[in-house]
Design a protein around this ligand. Structure first.
Ligand SMILES: [Zn+2]
Length: 419
């Protein structure tokens, strides 16, 4: 967006220059050039001030200060003072704090297509939330002072070991990690009311969806728009972690060699997937492996994990980049809460994985630091959990939102609870 604005500014200045040249005199040409430079400068300064304000709203005062320090105007000096005061007023999240982590699957954008009574309806009702539910959840999280952070802010891999870090953090705000699993727009979901790809259009990330204009039909562009409206919902630009498998391709593109063979079509899909992944990373999103074949790592043999990892490296890693983060499919962890040991642990860490995510909705937040890994539990926010909360069989969602007001009346099971 900033780039576009700058470009428009330059174009307007260009028009001034052209009208100046019509006078056919060297003097007016020079004047026009000065006007052009001033117009561009003023525009540039305004743009940079706006950018600094956005970054400061995300509590990254050091970076905002670096931007205004380059501008040297009175307003910029004023801004510097303002940012420095806010920076001095930050509180702290202590190193080793357990931070809650909520995860979602693809959002149901058109409930009547997902809940059409076919054999897939039950799965969608159990494991997905609707777009309406997700939007109400986001609002509630923001109103309850949650702020998105990256797990890689909480623990860092440094000098061959994992270290937990304290974070300068706004007082009264609470850190939260967000992730989405299976951002692949699987073949089986076609026609059931889901987006079909994530893609870059006019410099923005958006969804395509059959029979609809491109727009926000899934978590990523919805969170992007929300953070644009409420930059203070994101700590230093953090968005969320996207868990990616390989067998149906990546981000809605049928990019898998193993599944679709080698062809021009597959190469084209790979290019689109890669361009989208690059834009996502630039925009605050991170990627996690969710394995190539969505395998239950805790249950399968080490050999199966090795074969799957090799496929992931060939098919997926070149598109999304290498990642140190692993989201266990089915929440199938390699071990219980005791510190990791054994073959699978050794193999996965040798493959570069340092962050591991399982599923545990029994508590608000849980994490474990090992000497060479960081493990975090995630709460599944899905139909099963929402219904459980409605039936008052769990309180785990209560700190985040009020399930009664979030729950979508389009869900087929709502009748059970409404009378
Ligand atoms: Zn999954």
């Amino acid at each position: 967006m900033n780039m576009n604005r700058k470009w428009i500014g330059v174009t307007l200045a260009g028009i001034v220059l052209v009208s100046g040249c019509n006078q056919q005199s060297a003097v007016s040409a020079t004047k026009a050039k000065q006007t052009e430079r001033q117009a561009t400068d003023t525009d540039y300064i305004r743009q940079e001030l706006k950018r600094a304000d956005f970054i400061a709203a995300q509590y990254d005062y050091a970076r905002a200060i670096r931007i205004v320090d380059r501008l040297k105007t009175t307003e910029a000096k004023q801004k510097r003072k303002e940012y420095a005061a806010k920076q001095a007023n930050l509180g702290t999240i202590k190193a080793g704090t357990s931070v809650p982590h909520l995860f979602f699957h693809s959002l149901i954008a058109e409930p009547k297509r997902a809940f059409d009574g076919d054999r897939k309806q039950q799965g969608y009702d159990d494991y997905m939330v609707t777009q309406g539910e997700f939007e109400r959840i986001l609002n509630a999280l923001y109103q309850r002072n949650y702020v998105l952070v990256r797990p890689t802010d909480l623990a860092v891999w440094k000098d061959g070991r994992m270290i937990e870090k304290g974070l300068p953090f706004p007082k009264g705000k609470k850190p939260l990690v967000l992730s989405q699993d299976d951002v692949n727009y699987y073949e089986y979901m076609t026609g059931d009311g889901f987006a079909t790809t994530l893609k870059v259009k006019n410099g923005r990330i958006t969804n395509s969806m059959a029979g609809k204009p491109d727009g926000a039909y899934d978590l990523v562009p919805i969170v992007d728009a929300f953070v644009n409206r409420h930059p203070d919902f994101s700590y230093h630009g953090a968005k969320g972690l996207l868990g990616i498998t390989g067998y149906n391709g990546v981000l809605g593109y049928r990019s898998s060699y193993a599944q679709y063979g080698s062809s021009t079509k597959v190469e084209q899909a790979r290019q689109q997937a890669k361009a989208t992944a690059t834009a996502l990373k630039k925009d605050g999103w991170q990627f996690a492996s969710h394995t190539y074949g969505h395998i239950a790592i805790g249950k399968v043999s080490l050999a199966t994990i090795q074969t799957d990892t090799a496929r992931y490296k060939r098919d997926v890693a070149p598109l999304i980049g290498t990642t140190r983060q692993l989201i266990y499919p089915f929440g199938s962890d390699i071990q219980n809460w005791h510190g990791y040991t054994g073959d699978k642990y050794r193999y996965l860490t040798q493959q570069g994985f340092r962050y591991f995510y399982n599923v545990d909705a029994s508590q608000h937040a849980w994490k474990q630091l090992g000497k060479d890994y960081y493990r975090q539990a995630r709460i599944n926010v899905d139909g099963i959990r929402l219904r459980q909360a409605l039936a008052k069989k769990t309180k785990v969602l209560d700190p985040f939102f009020d399930t009664k007001t979030v729950f979508d009346p389009m869900r087929p099971v709502v009748k059970k609870y409404s009378h």
